[in-house]
Design a protein around this ligand. Sequence first.
Ligand code: NAP
Length: 254
Amino acid sequence: MQSAAFAGAGLPASYEALSVRPQELASRLDELRSGLWNGFNVTIPHKVAALELADEPDPLAVRIGAANTLWCREGRIRASNTDITAMREIIESARIAPEAPAVLIGAGGAARAALVALAEFDRLTLLNRTPANSRALADELSPGARVLPLDDPAVADVARAAKLIVNASSVGMAGGPAAGRSPLPEGCLGRHHVVFDMVYRPVETPLLADARNRGSRTIDGLTMLVLQGAASFSIWTGRDPDRAAMRRACERAL
Ligand code: NAP
């Protein structure tokens, strides 16, 4: 995805995967200071430590407690979280008034960023297999949110009444613990819904297939993957990448 963006912009850059042990992270970041690299993405398990090691983390990354994009300016390591940039863009594009009821499924790292992006939604229900994890997240970031276990009998009605449904759990992810499944019971989606599934493998998850069949508007996880990558690219280069080329590269890789 990033290589396609660099090629499209005519920039002689490469994007490489580095295997980094936790104890090596600080010295890798020094390589940004020395100019060996122009920027990094970091992923699990380094997202929290990268934020803590940065000299100037941006406030949203601090609120989420994790960074995924690093770069250096004037000798100081900056850190940002472009998952939140992507989620905000997606939620804005859904054009749903924040007074409308919304549902967020999941309580892991992705849900945490989604909850920050959904900050203005004040009729929010959090659904999760382990409701205590959602409660802890809500207490910190969205105290007014309602919390329900994913298998609660009220879930179908809550989902039916919502306008926006965001799946930030790994239910439906190929190779994951709940592959081939939708987190919601059948028959609760309709034409009034916007359904955004962060899972991107498969691109059309069981939740999105159900949503499409019911006439909902759907947004897939690849859209978010590309948007967060595009936001990282813009940070590093000061340019807008060719997002369509990035998406095509992802589709080829998946
Ligand atoms: P995580 O921290 O491991 O959280 C996993 C979540 O899924 C938890 O809420 C967990 O519930 C729930 N879960 C796991 N197995 C389940 C099962 N069998 N039944 C019901 N719920 C189950 O993972 P994450 O980092 O938040 O990522 C979640 C998903 O989002 C992944 O598929 C990831 O690929 C995707 N994602 C996509 C993007 C993108 O750019 N599109 C970005 C980030 C993440 P408990 O609390 O009960 O354990």
